[in-house]
Design a protein around this ligand. Structure first.
Ligand code: SAM
Ligand code: SF4
Length: 515
């Protein structure tokens, strides 16, 4: 990978699972371009349709067509002034998806997306501040942009923008735009202000009731379509910046969600992933008052949809109705990401996680009582202030009891605007590192055994990757495991193949096509 190339960089322990908790991705992912949109719509504004189709797939809100959006784009053409933008994204799936919406918004206003910062008039950087390292990277990246982006508009979006606000201008005076996720709607106006000669603009509101839904979304991933159904977070975990950077919980109306899913199916997507920091805290703001589990079932009913995923679930709001829905509807994928963070009730209390170890284990028991096996993955923070050896031993024993299929481990990182900042950071980095390594080693053994138990099973694989090695393909099972296999078929991307597991490792499964 060169300096300016991107691709997904998963920072987690379990390669067999790809939930993308942390990823580094950029606007440069052009591989696996999806099928074209309705060719009838192409004639109106071919530049625009090329822009969308060369990268993934597009969807329009409210049943609009490419022609409608092209007309909007034309009317905004003057605003864009032939502008080009380069967009790089760092962070979680929600950030990835926000960038897809930002790209759609700008494309619909006549801007053109380019593959390199050098080719762009504007460099936009969608950032993550969940841990200190992530936030530090932002400023080193901005330093690189300074060198390579002479005379360009440089903008910081996302969590670091919201967290640091105007201070970004002090640390990186070459930045001229700072915009948090609740203000993305205003981006075209903010960019127009900059084009008109304003030196600096900010969008840092956090109290909007609106979720960030756009007329148009330009999706990077041609196989799995992300949809944010709930924005922000009201949980206030002691260590977490999200309530500050993304604001309070706001759910999107069920009708609007279902409308977009229908459009996605029409575009050829067969797999959708509903997103939210606490996706299962979804509260339908419309008169239908649909429960989260009801929404899952309705999404699964949409013609053409074969797989429905959702992440991240918060243990407090995880009820039996979700397990029953998965039991009832095979299109609901058998994978739940249920972060535990710690196995010690004392530490969970200090983290303000709102459940005890026993209550969390009751949720695991609910999942394990399902009629079909459901994979469970989790997040763990080691070294939270006050975590003793005995507390940590409880986290290790949680791995034994819960038998996770994947664990994403993190060293505690004190963050601004969080309650636990006042606790300082008493646990030495070295000890955090040792604890993380112990989690990884224990989980490696558990996973090895769990993957070994899958030998001989036949699984449906949605093929999303063709290896450089000849005849090698890979994709995800419904439990979100990655499995690779060889096949002489000329084209398998985007198809479902039944694969028998013939080999397994800690982080991978191998198999052969059957049937
Ligand atoms: N909303 C999700 C939940 O509550 O489980 C998690 C969202 S957060 C983007 C992803 C993960 O980052 C968390 O589950 C937690 O393990 C980790 N994380 C968040 N803040 C952290 C911090 N200050 N230090 C270390 N890890 C942190
Ligand atoms: Fe952060 Fe806790 Fe909200 Fe998850 S539930 S986003 S960890 S505050």
């Amino acid at each position: 990978m060169g300096e300016w190339s991107y691709g997904r960089l998963q920072i987690h322990m379990n390669k067999a699972f790809d939930i993308g908790v942390e990823s580094l991705s950029g606007g440069g992912r052009a591989e696996n371009a999806g099928p074209e949109a309705n060719p009838a719509d192409h004639t109106v504004h071919s530049d625009l349709s090329d822009q969308f189709n060369s990268r993934g797939k597009m969807s329009f809100a409210g049943g609009a067509t490419l022609a409608d959006v092209s007309a909007v784009a034309k009317s905004f053409g003057d605003t864009a002034n032939g502008g080009t933008f380069f967009l790089e994204t760092f962070g979680c799936q929600m950030n990835d998806h926000d960038s897809e919406k930002v790209a759609g918004l700008l494309l619909s206003r006549g801007y053109r997306q380019v593959e390199t910062p050098e080719a762009a008039r504007m460099i936009l950087y969608n950032t993550c501040s969940i841990r200190e390292k992530a936030a530090q990277k932002v400023f080193s990246r901005l330093g690189e942009y300074r060198e390579r982006g002479e005379g360009k508009i440089i903008g910081v979006l996302g969590c670091v923008a919201q967290q640091e606000g105007q201070d970004i201008f002090k640390r990186a005076p070459w930045v001229s735009l700072v915009c948090g996720s609740a203000s993305y709607r205003k981006l075209p106006e903010m960019l127009a202000e900059l084009e008109a000669g304003n030196k600096r603009v900010t969008g840092l509101d956090n109290d909007t009731d609106e979720t960030f839904e756009t007329e148009i979304t330009r999706r990077d991933n041609p196989w799995r379509a992300y949809l944010t159904i709930i924005e922000g977070c009201d949980k206030a975990c002691a260590y977490c910046v999200v309530p500050h950077t993304r604001g309070p919980e706001r759910s999107r109306g069920s009708e609007s969600i279902l409308r977009e899913v229908r459009q996605l199916a029409e575009l050829g997507y067969s797999e959708v992933q509903l997103l939210g920091q606490t996706v299962n805290s979804y509260a339908d703001p419309t008169a239908r008052r649909m429960k989260f589990s009801e929404l899952l079932l309705e999404v699964a009913q949409v013609a053409g949809i074969r797989r429905v995923r959702f992440t991240t679930s918060h243990p407090r709001d995880f009820g039996v109705d979700i397990v029953e829905a998965i039991d009832r509807e095979p299109k609901l994928c058998d994978h739940i990401h249920l972060p535990v963070q710690s196995g010690s009730t004392k530490v969970l209390r200090a983290m303000a996680r709102t459940y005890t170890r026993e209550e969390y284990l009751e949720k695991i028991a609910l999942i394990r009582s399902a009629a079909r096996p459901i994979s469970v993955t989790t997040d763990i923070i080691v070294g939270f202030p006050g975590e003793t050896d005995a507390d940590f031993a409880e986290t290790l024993s949680m791995l034994d009891e819960a038998q996770y299929d994947g664990v994403f481990g993190f060293k505690y990182s004190p963050r601004p605007n969080t309650p636990s900042l006042a606790l300082n950071d008493p646990i030495p980095e070295e000890l955090k590192g040792q604890r993380l390594a112990m989690i990884q080693e224990k989980q490696r053994v558990i996973q090895m055994a769990r993957n070994l138990a899958m030998l001989g099973q036949e699984l449906d694989v949605f093929v999303s990757n063709k290896s450089r090695r000849e005849n090698q393909w890979s994709g995800h099972t419904t439990s979100n495991r990655v499995i690779s296999f060889s096949s002489q078929e000329r084209e398998l991307l985007g198809s479902y193949v039944r694969v028998k597991v013939t080999d397994s490792g800690t982080g991978s499964l191998m198999g052969v096509p059957v049937g």
